[in-house]
Design a binder for this molecule. Structure first.
Ligand SMILES: *[C@@H]1O[C@H](CO)[C@@H](O)[C@H](O)[C@H]1NC(C)=O
Ligand SMILES: *[C@@H]1O[C@H](CO)[C@@H](O)[C@H](O)[C@H]1NC(C)=O
Ligand SMILES: *[C@@H]1O[C@H](CO)[C@@H](O)[C@H](O)[C@H]1NC(C)=O
Ligand SMILES: *[C@@H]1O[C@H](CO)[C@@H](O)[C@H](O)[C@H]1NC(C)=O
Ligand SMILES: *[C@@H]1O[C@H](CO)[C@@H](O)[C@H](O)[C@H]1NC(C)=O
Ligand SMILES: *[C@@H]1O[C@H](CO)[C@@H](O)[C@H](O)[C@H]1NC(C)=O
Ligand SMILES: *[C@@H]1O[C@H](CO)[C@@H](O)[C@H](O)[C@H]1NC(C)=O
Ligand SMILES: *[C@@H]1O[C@H](CO)[C@@H](O)[C@H](O)[C@H]1NC(C)=O
Length: 413
């Protein structure tokens, strides 16, 4: 470690003699290989705080790392990254402590990639990197969960309350960090294409109707962003959906028999065509968040069928665990659409958070959240029926999605 720090100091102070650089190069290569052999990892860092988090000195350090392959490590020293009650932007959907959750072990797990360490989150560094930029999270309530987590992570790094403000404008919620001239917005668009579920508040719709080829009304709200973070999965699990062309009022309404994957593919096609033709490729960086798994079916991890995440307090420790409810067909569809866009020269990356989130049956709100429709007597008698096993308590799993997003924004852009 000492040797690496020494080299860093030299680099920082800038020696320019060619001979010296040559020697240094050899030393670096040697150090690099030793570490590589020793630990089977490729990394280069300073100030490791022994918490499995690193202040990474050079951007090549994280370039080759697979952040998505790893395991959860119990760490009550460095986790959680913030306190639920302290977060100015917390929402009742994710504040499990406020709504009565008494076990907090779920907050003490850190995601440890096998081949490297995630860089330590630094809100100042993030905001500096995003100075004068607009970031928009576009998607459903899991995207919102992700966005709220990011605001909670940033919150302690901006001390003056008037310098951090969030405002609702219909489907758009705008967060402004005024000192940095940064906007980090959330835009409600659960199916990506236009649908009868687009009301940001009243969207409990079971007969879902979508205009499968229309996205403009939404897209014009975010197409100018510097960075876009998309997610869309959960809303596609409804078995019956109606696809229409033309306007909702127009009688040219075609209901076609379609499978879940066909609908998803059609919508993603509409979305990707729009990006391809309207996006400023030089400017805009895109992330697509892979599906967020739910834990509604306890049978998947050895509980009795019909039980769920209710009462769960420990992660699943089985390496490679995959819940049957996570639709790999939809996941592959998203993956291939993203790859096509990449091949066409868009700056896009799929953040593969599915596997790491699969392990966390303990981290959902369950019954500890605001239930916008109060549970019935029957449900109260059997809490499994109204437990929320889809979203995530905060602090929690979406913080890790953001630590990974942070690593990309800081070191891979
Ligand atoms: C994950 O990492 C482990 C250990 O380094 C390796 O054996 C495994 O093949 C990796 N899995 C994937 C899907 O890359
Ligand atoms: C952290 O966890 C360890 C092991 O479970 C326990 O002994 C210790 O008391 C915990 N510390 C805190 C601050 O909770
Ligand atoms: C966070 O990043 C800023 C800007 O890069 C740096 O000045 C500061 O020292 C960092 N803070 C910590 C605690 O690492
Ligand atoms: C703030 O950022 C926007 C781009 O998002 C830019 O157009 C504007 O000039 C910036 N304002 C200041 C005061 O720098
Ligand atoms: C979906 O549609 C099929 C055929 O129209 C019908 O049998 C089934 O009950 C519907 N399912 C739901 C959940 O509405
Ligand atoms: C009616 O819908 C079909 C799709 O089934 C479309 O091809 C056609 O252009 C539409 N016609 C009008 C007038 O909107
Ligand atoms: C949930 O946990 C409580 C307390 O440990 C226990 O009394 C109850 O039977 C459990 N319920 C289920 C459905 O597992
Ligand atoms: C995402 O991760 C899963 C499990 O680790 C893996 O099977 C899949 O190939 C990955 N997809 C991509 C695009 O990396």
């Amino acid at each position: 470690m000492k040797g690496i720090e020494g080299i860093q100091r030299v680099i920082l102070h800038g020696y320019h003699s060619a001979g010296f650089l040559l020697v240094m190069g050899v030393v670096m290569v040697v150090v690099y290989f030793c570490r590589d052999i020793e630990s089977g990892m490729v990394r280069f860092e300073i100030n490791n705080n022994n918490n499995g988090e690193a202040e990474i000195a050079e951007d090549f350090a994280v370039k080759d790392c697979d952040f998505f392959n790893g395991s959860w490590v119990y760490d009550n020293k460095s986790r959680p990254l913030y306190k639920e009650k302290k977060c100015s932007f917390m929402a009742d959907d994710y504040s499990c402590e406020k709504f009565g959750r008494k076990d907090f072990e779920f907050q003490f797990w850190r995601w440890q990639p096998h081949g490297c360490d995630l860089p330590r989150f630094n809100g100042t560094a993030l905001l500096e990197k995003l100075r004068d930029k607009r970031v928009v999270f576009v998607g459903d309530s899991l995207g919102k969960n992700h966005w709220v987590s990011l605001l909670c992570l940033i919150d302690p790094w901006i001390l003056e309350p008037s310098h951090k403000v969030a405002e609702w404008h219909g489907s758009l919620i705008t967060f402004r960090a005024s000192e940095y001239n940064v906007s980090i917005d959330f835009y409600w668009e659960p199916l990506l294409v236009e649908s009868n579920c687009d009301d940001p508040v009243n969207h409990r719709v079971h007969d879902r109707i979508m205009k499968i080829e229309s996205i403009e009304r939404h897209a014009k709200q975010w197409i100018d962003a510097d960075m876009l973070v998309f997610d869309s999965y959960t809303w596609w699990l409804e078995p019956n959906m109606t696809l229409v062309w033309g306007s909702f009022e127009n009688p040219n309404k075609t209901t076609i028999e379609s499978s879940r994957v066909t609908r998803y593919e059609m919508a993603l096609k509409t979305w990707s065509n729009w990006l391809e033709t309207h996006l400023n490729r030089e400017k805009t960086r895109i992330f697509f968040i892979s599906l967020s798994p739910d834990h509604k079916e306890g049978g998947d991890w050895g509980k009795t069928m019909g039980e769920s995440c209710y009462n769960e307090t420990k992660p699943i420790m089985e390496d490679g665990y995959w819940g049957k409810g996570s639709d790999t067909n939809l996941m592959r569809t998203a993956q291939s659409v993203v790859q096509d866009l990449e091949a066409k020269g868009l700056n896009i990356k799929l953040l593969n958070i599915t596997q790491l989130s699969q392990y966390r049956k303990d981290a959902h709100p369950s019954i500890y959240k605001r239930h916008w429709v109060p549970p019935t007597k029957i449900e109260l008698a059997n809490p499994v029926q109204y437990a929320d096993c889809i979203h995530w308590c905060l602090p929690g799993v979406p913080d890790v999605w953001n630590e990974i997003l942070y690593a990309y924004i800081r070191y891979k852009i």
